[in-house]
Design a binder for this molecule. Structure first.
Ligand SMILES: [Zn+2]
Ligand SMILES: [Zn+2]
Length: 461
């Protein structure tokens, strides 16, 4: 143990020297070693943080903690994690409720961490271990194994110094092997969430400026210094989904088409877009829809009442065909075109909606569907390089249009995210350059013609 700790301490000591020059924080400087993920534990898609956090509406309240029901939370977990059996579902639900009560944290948020971090699976990765992928190494300097206490710091009443606090956690040893187990993993995750709940926002700038964030859950993922708000927004989307399944009540947010309400194609709106209408896709092709950031196999729902126009496959070498759901599952990857497995719905009044790259669908052509009914699951059929996402399209009078204005409060535009803005700025620059080159070429042609004319006139004179 000692041998492994030594290089870690050396690196931290070197970093500590750097922190001296990073003391812009308004509060007192941190006196403790920074909790942080190791370098190799890179997190995905951090560029999809939204630039202005005020675009997120207020989060819905959780059901009252003293009346939480194991059966309902079990059903919610199993709706979100289809491979989770009844036995593990009720075990996890009971543990989530027990430890969220013991440490006074939001059970819906703890359940959301179980889904978002581990997909209800307890195996470990470099990222962390157990159901919530808690990173035990990050807490090593705060954990005292001899008396099983966790030390942390809060500002003293006068705000000029840090006061050391300590929380007794006697039930389990806090190490990677123990945290892999559901009971110990959830016990420590709830405790760490409670501690960060007390510390955020006091510690946000104690080790250099944190990225702006809305919830202490950001610290659970990043440690003392939060680097991005993307991971937090994914957890909060999962929390809204847990609440939806637990209460059975869908989000009240609505889009609109000619006065008709539209519900979200994905649960837990608002959902983030990672691609928009008209984005370049190669030199000539343009993106004819919007892309939802989503997880593999999450349910896709009809945005309004309607009839299935096509449930089938976009084929590589022939026109789109309607197929029975079980037949579609047997198609080879190579047979599929760019859109993969698709469902198109006709909602009447000139409105149709399209859902592409589905893992599978559950409806048949000509079938009637209700608003909010599950029609399929997010996949990446037909997709070459990007990860699983929902490509969504709207047609008005059979013409494809930008879905963004119709979806309204159901989505956070890709142009509200850092990556989306950066990409847009790059395309704007490229377009300007192309425009300049076109103008220069046109001018050169005009000058050439004028010179030729002048030369012809001269030879006539
Ligand atoms: Zn914070
Ligand atoms: Zn797309």
């Amino acid at each position: 143990m000692l041998k492994r700790a030594a290089p870690y301490q050396f690196v931290s000591a070197t970093l500590a020297l750097l922190w001296v020059f990073d003391a812009a924080a308004a509060g007192p400087d941190a006196t403790w070693r920074r909790r942080q993920r190791p370098k190799e534990a890179k997190l995905g898609d951090t560029g999809w943080s939204v630039a202005d956090l005020t675009v997120w509406p207020e989060e819905p309240p959780s059901p009252p903690a003293d009346a939480l029901d194991v059966g309902r939370l079990d059903a919610a977990l199993r709706a979100m994690c289809p491979r989770l059996g009844a036995e593990r579902g009720s075990e996890y639900a009971a543990l989530i409720i027990r430890y969220s009560r013991q440490f006074d944290v939001d059970a819906m948020l703890l359940a959301a961490l179980v889904y978002q971090q581990g997909r209800c699976r307890r195996r470990g990765t470099h990222y962390g271990v157990g159901l919530t992928r808690i990173h035990v190494g990050m807490h090593r300097s705060h954990w005292n194994q001899a008396d099983r206490t966790y030390s942390y710091w809060l500002p003293a009443a006068d705000g000029t110094a840090w006061e050391r606090k300590s929380l007794a956690l006697p039930d389990f040893p806090f190490n990677r092997w123990s945290a892999r187990k559901p009971d110990a993993g959830l016990y420590f995750s709830a405790a760490v969430m409670a501690i960060y709940g007390a510390q955020c926002p006091h510690i946000d700038d104690a080790h250099g400026a944190s990225a702006p964030h809305r919830s202490p859950v950001s610290h659970f993922i990043w440690g003392d210094r939060v680097r991005s708000s993307h991971e937090e927004s994914e957890v909060l989307i999962a929390r809204r989904r847990v609440i939806r399944h637990y209460t059975g009540v869908a989000s009240p947010l609505r889009g609109a088409f000619r006065g008709r309400p539209l519900v979200s194609p994905l649960e837990g709106p608002p959902r983030k877009l990672t691609g928009g209408w008209g984005d370049p896709r190669g030199p000539r092709r343009r993106h004819k829809g919007v892309d939802f950031s989503s997880t593999m196999a999450e349910p896709v729902r009809a945005i309004a009442d309607g009839v299935v126009w096509i449930a089938g496959a976009d084929m590589a070498d022939k026109p789109t065909m309607s197929l029975r759901p079980d037949r579609a599952q047997r198609l080879s990857r190579g047979a599929l075109g760019r859109a993969g497995l698709i469902v198109l719905l006709d909602h009447g009044g000139g409105l149709t909606s399209g859902y592409m790259h589905l893992l599978k669908y559950t409806v048949r052509t000509h079938q009637r569907v209700k608003a909010g009914q599950v029609i399929g699951y997010v996949g990446r059929t037909g997709v070459k390089s990007s990860s699983a996402h929902l490509h969504f399209e709207i047609r008005v009078d059979r013409q494809r249009v930008d879905a963004l204005p119709l979806l309204g409060p159901l989505v956070i535009s890709h142009l509200d995210t850092k990556a989306g803005r950066w990409r847009q700025a790059r395309w704007d620059r490229e377009n300007k350059k192309l425009e300049r080159e076109r103008r220069r070429a046109a001018n050169a042609r005009w000058r050439e013609r004028r010179a030729k004319k002048a030369a012809a006139r001269k030879s006539r004179d």
